[in-house]
Design a protein around this ligand. Structure first.
Ligand code: CA
Length: 542
């Protein structure tokens, strides 16, 4: 029997309920594990300085962000105007002398430029009221050199905080582990004599000494403070550099780092079992896999419950650019081999440290849509970087600033600020903006909304495990996502010609398209799909 699904996107709900009825598989929901909220949830990374300004000083702030929450998720599943994300990652919001905040001077207060501690509480309350969870950046690896701890530590060998940082009499000549010639031991600014301290990024960011019990205790106290204040977890910066005991690779991934991260994870589980920790370990799949820890006694691992998937991000961009599925297939196979059972992946396309997606893909609309659909059809908790959903590209400013330009709510940036912007909008805002794409059903923003909503409507697409399918055509990427009660087949055609996949033996009785474009047929040999050029599709397999 051939079933030619011809459902439109608006028929998703109908298709789903009939799929469930047909399989008779509506069972009592199992007791939720504390982190179940994050499995499948779509996160949204925000640079507060660039998101929305409430007081006209041209600098984004917390009240500005709170006023925009309805754009992200208005809390009403019936409306479709909002993006539909389920959690926010706020880049650093604690007191800091820099524009980016990755050098903290006070771990217990909100940066004055962003607002007050009370503004933060209000943001949390307003987000939670809409069902949006909020995680914040916790920059533990290092503080600012202006933090009172470091100022005290640098005051002499007898200082109370001396051992909170690493000091030695000479510079051993270690250079940064990611290459280049920058030394990682520094003299106190303005001094030509005296001891050296360790700072893997630069002298303004001295690394804290996690071998010192008081430092470990203090970081846990700070984590507890914010968890009790209401945050839903932390994005942990630079986790692979917490310990260093030599030059080169010995500044990465030390055994002591894993010991401390397991200790921190256990502590956080005790304080707030539903809180997530997301590690930034910018490395390869075998090493990222180690940061989940062991699954011997804890499904998904006993270390960091989530870790960003840098190799997969690069692979998706490469696949979308080249039109071949192979880069993504390779990383997915590595993950299947190396990640603990039940690991909660954190896939993404780009973040604040990377050239923006639209720039990497030269604004190619097909590639941008494919990258989004691939990301939003993967297991785990996909992270979007603010502006990606409208095709925001790099700005014209230098270095990292160009990746962090104001959110283009509209072509003139009036939706961002009524004042002089802290830095200009990136080029392309005439079309890459929320206002002009909001009501256009063919826009990139509409595409993101559609795939986020599809994910929310189809449990197997959000939370199912992933099994890759063999494809003969190099442009076709395909997998099955399975939960206890349902299955979907996902296919992406990265090429400019139509693509055929299958037949795959899936023991199917019927296939129904739930979203995207393409056709699936059921033959005696199994399920076959045909996708138009640059198309993605999701099919229920019953
Ligand atoms: Ca402001």
């Amino acid at each position: 029997m051939n079933i030619r699904a011809s459902l439109t996107l608006s028929a998703i709900t109908v298709a789903l309920s009939s799929a469930l009825l047909a399989s008779g598989a509506v069972a009592a929901a199992p007791l939720a594990a504390p982190l179940d909220w994050a499995r499948g949830a779509v996160f949204y990374e925000i640079f507060v300085r660039s998101f929305a300004d409430s007081d006209g000083d041209g600098v984004g702030d917390l009240n500005g962000l709170t006023a925009k929450l309805d754009e992200l998720n208005d809390g009403d599943p019936a409306t479709t105007r909002d993006l539909g994300i389920e959690a926010l990652w706020l880049m650093p919001v604690f007191e800091s002398p820099s524009y980016h905040g990755y050098d903290t001077v006070d771990y217990e207060h909100i940066d004055r430029e962003y607002g007050t501690d009370a503004d933060f509480d209000r943001l949390l309350a307003e987000a939670h009221r809409r069902g949006i969870r909020v995680i914040v950046d916790l920059v533990m690896n290092h503080s600012s050199s202006q933090h009172p701890w470091f100022i005290d530590s640098a005051s002499g060998p007898e200082a109370k905080h001396r051992n909170w940082y690493l000091w030695r009499e000479d510079d051993p000549g270690w250079t940064q582990p990611w290459g280049g010639t920058n030394h990682t031991w520094h003299r106190v600014y303005g001094r030509d004599t005296g001891p050296y301290y360790y700072g893997v990024f630069w002298g303004g960011m001295p690394d804290l000494n996690f071998a010192e019990p008081a430092v470990r205790a203090e970081m846990k106290r700070i984590a507890r403070y914010w968890l009790e204040r209401g945050v839903d977890g932390f994005r942990l910066d630079a986790t692979r550099h917490l310990f260093a005991d030599g030059d080169g690779e010995r500044q990465n991934d030390r055994p002591e780092t894993h010991v401390f991260l397991r200790e921190l994870a256990a502590f956080v589980r005790e304080v707030k079992p539903s809180a997530v920790l997301v590690g930034e370990n910018w490395t390869d799949t075998p090493r990222i896999a180690t940061y989940f820890g062991s699954d011997a006694n804890r499904p998904g691992g006993d270390e960091l419950p989530m870790n960003f998937n840098f190799p997969l991000a690069e692979a998706i961009v490469k696949a979308a650019r080249s039109g071949t599925a192979e880069p993504v297939e390779t990383v997915l196979a590595d993950m299947a081999r190396l990640y603990p059972v039940g690991a909660l992946d954190a896939p993404f396309l780009t973040n604040h440290d990377q050239v923006r997606l639209a720039t990497q893909l030269a604004n190619d609309p097909h590639a941008l849509r494919l990258a989004a659909a691939i990301l939003l059809s993967l297991p785990g908790a996909p992270f979007l970087y603010y502006g990606e959903e409208v095709g925001l590209g790099n700005g014209t400013t230098e270095g990292d600033l160009a990746k962090r330009t104001p959110m283009p709510w509209d072509a003139q940036a009036r939706g961002f600020s009524s004042g002089k912007l802290w830095q200009p909008l990136a080029p392309g805002a005439e079309t890459a903006n929320v206002e002009s794409q909001r009501s256009d059903s063919s826009s990139l923003l509409a595409h993101y909304r559609t795939w986020i909503r599809l994910r929310g409507d189809v449990p197997a697409l959000a939370r199912g495990s992933l099994t890759q399918l063999e494809t003969a055509q190099p442009s076709l990427l395909a997998w099955v996502r399975t939960t206890g009660t349902s299955r979907v087949l996902v296919a992406h055609n990265l090429g400019l010609e139509p693509a055929r996949g299958g037949p795959w033996k899936l023991d199917a009785k019927a296939v129904l398209r739930l979203g995207g474009e393409g056709v699936a047929t059921l033959t005696a040999d199994g399920v076959q799909v045909t996708l138009p050029p640059y198309a993605s599709a999701v099919f229920a397999v019953e």
